[in-house]
Design a protein around this ligand. Structure first.
Ligand code: WT7
Length: 626
């Protein structure tokens, strides 16, 4: 079954704009730096680099050193000098379908400039951190690009996170400014973003100002001197002049994005202007073959790396037209997305397996009501896609005409790492092979390559321009987490297999990261939310297989004396996690337990809990205490 190839049709190949796939792959194999220099030359630099790659201080790789650049200039300003000036950059539709907004590159420049002037007027300058916490509205794009334009470092926090997550991220980044909205809409329900900001800021002394975009138009408290309505600021003279673009070093920080790891607090993954720009530009161009005729829709939220790289930066670097939808896949009806593809003539559609599985359940009649003939390419990201969902996506949505780009990558890699291109034969469930210039390997515990078809740890061998530049404020943790175990190789944290055709099959995380509906969460975050409840003595969170969400969260809870294991308490604890960490982290099940299995050194044995929960053998118990 795994041997089954899906060959792209002659039509699909004829439709691609890029022609020289083989030559590109070949040139990257032969001359990695030359390949990337050529890609970089397609973008605008205030000053070109002295060196393409500086690997003199591994694993602290640097790219395009000595160059002067600004990613926002390449996303906006460069297009104003071409026919793209009046081309649509961004089209947006509200969840309720009652409003639609569209911005040409010319209009985008106006919006970004105005936002940049306003951010500057709040005393923010190059290198300062700005936290952005909003729903999927055009202003989140303006805010990100505006920060980049003036050299401020943005830290976008997903609007589905709540107080604990937001507060921790604002505090860790020592942000000076927060940009938010009064609220956001989620399946017809109001999410009180500004109130969550208010609560978070009680313990974040570095924040001086809060800019509030009006979206839901309900009453919210505004703190005098600190909180400002965005529309009021827009009316000030200071907002409406020109704004100089900050000339940045290629290696200057662009953004930090918090992501969950094995233990402890989420890590602030750091990306920079130069390399990240070249990486996202190139991968979108070659993997999704993006062109001026396309309408590109990436359903991800800007709060995750997919939204950063392929909703905002990648499309705009390519001068593409990108579509952004405020809502989710099935509200008010399961044809919402299909309706949007038809209405806006979407040609490239990039989404996540969890959404495909959920929509597949509603049956073929919903998509079949719509004309989906504008589509030419599909994409999947975030977790392994099961062949059944892949085939449904291919047949019912793509009408067997549209190749599916199953892109494997991470917050840390910034860009696609293992991915097909539109002309390679596909296998449902495999991301095929590494992108141009990359080599992957499957290794055992000691770092020795394992034979084909055997499961092992996935590592990457070559540096790439969009690789993270570290963990903000914690260089030692960067080395320890990613580079210590297999010296010279990047440890991905995933297990995988390579088949006899050289195709890679991702199996899943080998650490304590849970993937719930493609969202990356750490067991530690869920546990620290639980521990703030007065009844909880100790807890352990694990991920269990789930038909639609990929993984579901199960929590084992040891109660404090005086509390009984009741149904009400279980429900209360689930709600507690949702309120504190975010609705996406709400545990599916709470199991009360007298004593958590631990090693003699006191570490919780999640592996044992996981096996027990699934009725599987518990494995080696020799380290279990008593
Ligand atoms: C982890 C990274 C970067 C995209 C969004 C997720 C899993 C991601 C795939 C895929 C199988 C995938 C891996 C990876 N993953 N894409 N196409 N097939 N697994 O970024 O939140 O940093 O998560 O997502 O386990 O390590 P992220």
């Amino acid at each position: 079954m795994e041997g089954e190839f899906y060959y792209p049709s002659q039509d699909a190949i004829a439709q691609t704009y890029v022609r020289d796939w083989e030559a590109l792959a070949e040139s990257a194999r032969n001359d990695l730096q030359g390949f990337w220099a050529e890609r970089a030359n397609e973008l605008f630099w205030f000053k070109k680099w002295d060196k393409v790659l500086d690997d003199s201080n591994k694993p602290f790789f640097q790219w395009f050193t000595g160059a002067k650049v600004n990613i926002a200039y390449n996303c906006v300003d460069v297009h104003l000098q071409t026919f793209r000036k009046n081309k649509l950059a961004l089209i947006w539709e509200a969840e309720d379908g009652k409003s639609e907004r569209a911005f040409s590159y010319y209009a985008l420049n106006r919006e970004v400039t105005r936002m940049a002037n306003i951010i500057k007027s709040m005393g923010v300058s190059k290198g300062d951190r700005v936290t952005i916490y909003m729903g999927r509205v055009p202003e989140i794009v303006f805010a990100m690009l505006a920060c980049a334009k003036i050299g401020a470092i943005h830290s976008v926090v997903f609007g589905g996170f709540s107080v604990d997550a937001l507060q921790g991220r604002i505090a860790d980044s020592e942000s000076k400014l927060v940009i938010t909205s009064d609220g956001s809409m989620q399946n017809g329900k109001l999410v009180e973003l500004k109130r969550i900001v208010d609560e978070s800021l009680r313990h974040c002394p570095t924040v001086e100002n809060v800019i509030v975009v009006k979206r839901t138009n309900h009453d919210i408290p505004m703190e005098g001197g600190r909180d400002h309505w965005y529309h009021d600021l827009c009316a000030l003279p200071i907002a409406n002049g020109k704004c100089a673009t900050e000339v940045m070093d290629a290696e200057d920080p662009l953004f930090i994005l918090y992501t969950s790891g094995s233990t402890g607090k989420p890590k602030a993954i750091l990306h920079t202007h130069g390399g990240y720009m070249v990486g996202t530009y190139t991968t979108l161009k070659y993997v999704f073959d993006i062109n001026d005729e396309d309408r590109f829709w990436c359903t991800a939220d800007p709060g995750w790396i997919t939204g950063h790289s392929y909703l905002v930066y990648g499309p705009m670097l390519n001068g593409a037209t990108t579509f952004m939808f405020e809502g989710g896949p099935a509200y008010p009806y399961p044809n919402r997305w299909w309706q949007l593809i038809e209405r806006f003539g979407v040609s490239i559609f990039y989404t996540a397996p969890t959404a495909i599985r959920a929509l597949m359940r509603f049956g073929d009649a919903w998509p079949n009501k719509h004309d989906l003939s504008s589509l030419r390419l599909l994409g999947s990201v975030g977790e392994p896609i099961n062949p059944e969902a892949w085939k449904w996506f291919h047949r019912v949505i793509g009408k067997e005409r549209c190749p599916i780009m199953d892109t494997w990558w991470q917050t840390e890699t910034g860009m696609f790492m293992i991915t097909p291109t539109p002309v390679v034969p596909l296998k449902p469930g495999s991301g095929t092979r590494p992108f141009f210039g990359q080599e992957a390997e499957i290794v055992d515990e000691e770092g020795n390559p394992v034979p084909d078809e055997q499961e092992g740890y996935l590592v990457l061998k070559n540096p790439w321009p969009a690789m993270m530049r570290g963990i903000y404020g914690d260089p030692e943790r960067y080395v320890r987490t990613y580079w210590n175990k297999y010296p010279g190789k990047y440890m991905t944290g995933d297990s995988a297999r390579r088949d006899k055709d050289g195709y890679y099959w991702i199996i899943g995380r080998v650490d304590d990261v849970i993937k719930v509906s493609g969202h990356r969460l750490g067991t530690a975050e869920v546990e620290s939310a639980l521990i703030t409840h007065p009844a909880v003595a100790e807890s352990a969170a694990i991920g269990l297989p789930h038909e639609i969400k990929g993984q579901a969260i199960m929590c084992f809870v040891q109660l404090k004396p005086g509390f009984g294991p009741t149904e009400e308490l279980s429900e209360e604890l689930r709600k507690h996690v949702a309120t504190h960490l975010g609705p996406i982290a709400r545990p599916d099940e709470i199991k009360f337990i007298d004593k958590l299995p631990k090693t003699r050194s006191g570490k919780i044995m999640r592996r044992v809990l996981k096996a027990r929960a699934q009725g599987l053998p518990e494995g080696d118990l020799s380290t279990l205490e008593e």
